[in-house]
Design a protein around this ligand. Structure first.
Ligand code: SF4
Length: 104
């Protein structure tokens, strides 16, 4: 298997995720992607929050995380705990938009 050194190279080999080509984080090296994964109770960097907030593929990113049931990571500007709450709310008929939930 080929080694990928950045997200763009990884995407070249992931045709199912073409939306990543437009990701605001697409130019980051793979070694920087851990910025999107913080331990519970820790605060994300302002850089990550701003990057995701301005990302043109935020919705696709969030949908990817939900579809793949990714337990960790800040995807689409939504934390793992907020994603779990969204799933629970939808299951119980009290769903709201991810953006509205994250503003709480
Ligand atoms: S929303 Fe954030 S994590 Fe998702 S693709 Fe955009 S910059 Fe990357």
């Amino acid at each position: 298997m080929a080694q990928h050194t950045d997200l763009a190279a990884l995407v070249e080999n992931s045709p199912d995720n073409e939306w990543v080509r437009d990701a605001a984080c697409g130019d980051l090296g793979l070694e920087k992607l851990d910025m999107f994964f913080v331990e519970a109770g820790r605060t994300l960097s302002k850089e990550v929050v701003a990057m995701c907030g301005d990302c043109p593929v935020r919705v696709e990113c969030l949908a990817h995380a939900q579809f793949r049931e990714l337990a960790g990571g800040y995807f689409g500007g939504v934390s793992p705990s907020k994603r779990r709450k969204l799933v629970s709310d939808v299951a119980h008929g009290s769903g709201e938009s991810a953006a509205a939930s994250e503003r709480e």
